[in-house]
Every structure is written in structure tokens, then in C-alpha cells.
Write a protein that binds this ligand. Sequence first.
Ligand SMILES: Cc1cc2nc3c(=O)[nH]c(=O)nc-3n(C[C@H](O)[C@H](O)[C@H](O)COP(=O)(O)OP(=O)(O)OC[C@H]3O[C@@H](n4cnc5c(N)ncnc54)[C@H](O)[C@@H]3O)c2cc1C
Length: 246
Amino acid sequence: KKYNHNTNVFTFAFDDPKAKFNGKTASCVMLRTDVNGKDVVRPYTPISRPNTIGQLEFLIKEYPQGVMSKHVHAMKKGDRIEIKGPMQKYPYEANKFEKLALIAGGTGISPMIQVIEEVISNPDDKTKVTLLFANTTISDILLKEDLDKLAAKHPDRLKVYYTVDKIEDKETKSWKGDFGYVTPDMLKKVLPMPSKKDDESLLVMVCGPPGFMKLISGDKTKDYKQGDLSGLLKGLGFTEKNVFKF
Ligand SMILES: Cc1cc2nc3c(=O)[nH]c(=O)nc-3n(C[C@H](O)[C@H](O)[C@H](O)COP(=O)(O)OP(=O)(O)OC[C@H]3O[C@@H](n4cnc5c(N)ncnc54)[C@H](O)[C@@H]3O)c2cc1C
């Protein structure tokens, strides 16, 4: 199903129509296929709820040079792909933190929506969630309608802020978000800040393309470990204990 100019929603049915993903928040899967004789494997985060029966839904952005994303976008009804998982990236526990700050860039929203839905769907979870979602243009903002609806329905539990790099003149009047790349001032304005070193009441989750990760928190290591914290979050007094990089 077409989502926007470069992103579609893809629904993959399991061989067993009764099978469930059953991934715990926050989990992803690996998609694997053969492209021109080469084995290609990439991680993707389903946007369907973990207990959905018989199928998995993904929101996948096509990159002009992207091997897997181009392959998936060229798939037709009835084509098959190998899916391995679930792989839990972060074991979310209700009420472990008072506040969750989620910082997403582009398709980095997919694990964040899993976390948000997990918190909101549990009335016993008192965690307050704030999302800062950065995109190139307004039309690139994935799941905006869903996010705005959730935030309007749960104003005491979820706050959502947006920033875009580019905006057209005709959009400026109605745009309520921020402009430009994420800055320390923007983070201070919208997100909870640590009140002391290693503040255990607060967790920041970061997910986005490599340049975005570098700016916000520093990217993970080549062998997918969390690595040292750097970037804007370090400058604001966060430590490795407060930050999780997807
Ligand atoms: C845990 C996890 C979950 C993910 N979930 C999703 C998801 O739900 N939906 C989704 O669309 N993607 C998701 N991704 C990104 C996905 O795994 C691939 O990296 C992305 O689809 C590009 O793969 P590719 O083979 O098309 O591009 P590649 O062939 O790997 O790269 C080609 C070029 O595309 C650019 N590129 C690659 N990756 C990115 C990126 N993430 N952002 C910007 N430019 C990039 C680079 O310039 C690169 O040179 C996730 C990544 C991780 C780590």
C-alpha cells in the first residue's frame, strides 16, 4: 500500500495463517533475500502489533541506491521473502523509568511506535513519553496522523514534537513544529533533562539514519554494540546509562 512519495506499507503473510510474531517490545526482524546472486540481509521493525495473527506489516522507505529497500519495493503480490526473528533490541519494562524521551529520524520512527503503543496500551504503565521526530520535509513524516491521534487522546502520557529541515512557504503558516536540524536548545525545550549524573528516572531512545545517530548520540559500533555516548546528548549531561541506541 502506498504511504507517501518514497515509502510503502508492506504486508507479509506467514506460511502458517495462525502464526504470530509475538515479539516483545522493542523487537525487529531480519529480512533476507538474494539480489543478483548476493545474499542481502537487513533489519526492519514491524509496525503491526505483536499479537497480530498470520501476518506482519512494515513501513519501508525506498532509497535510490538501497539494495534491500529497492528489492522490497519491486516485490509483487505473491512474491516471497525470508524473515527471521523476532530479535529483541531493548527489553522494555513498564514503570522502570518515570520518563521516556524518544528521538527519531525518518524511518527511525518504527521501533518508537512499538514502544509508544506498548506504553499506551497498558493502563498500569505510568511512564510519560515524549517523542521528538525529525524529518526532511513535512511530507516525509511517517505515521503523523497516528501519532497526533495518540497524543491528543493521551495528553498526560504522550507528547509529540516535530522538526523538519525544509519547508515550503505555503506550509509555514499552518506548521506547528520546529525548523532545522535538532539542536541542544530544541532538545532542552521539549525533552526531559537528567537532574543528576546517571539519572535513573529517565531513558532516552535514539533511532535514525547514520548521520542522525552521529549528531544525537554517536552511532553504535561496527559490531552493533552501544558504544560510547557522544553528540548532543553527551553535551547535555546524559550518560550511557540514560541512552539506548536502536
Ligand atoms: C533495528 C533497525 C530497524 C529498522 N527498521 C526499519 C523500518 O522499519 N523501515 C525502514 O524503511 N528501514 C528500517 N531500518 C533501516 C533498514 O535496515 C535499511 O538500512 C534500509 O532499508 C536501507 O537498506 P538498503 O539495503 O535499501 O540500503 P543499502 O544498500 O544498505 O544502502 C544504500 C545507501 O542508502 C543509504 N542508507 C542506507 N540506510 C539508510 C538509512 N537507514 N537512512 C538513510 N540512508 C540510508 C546510504 O546512503 C547507502 O549508501 C532499520 C534499521 C535498523 C538498524
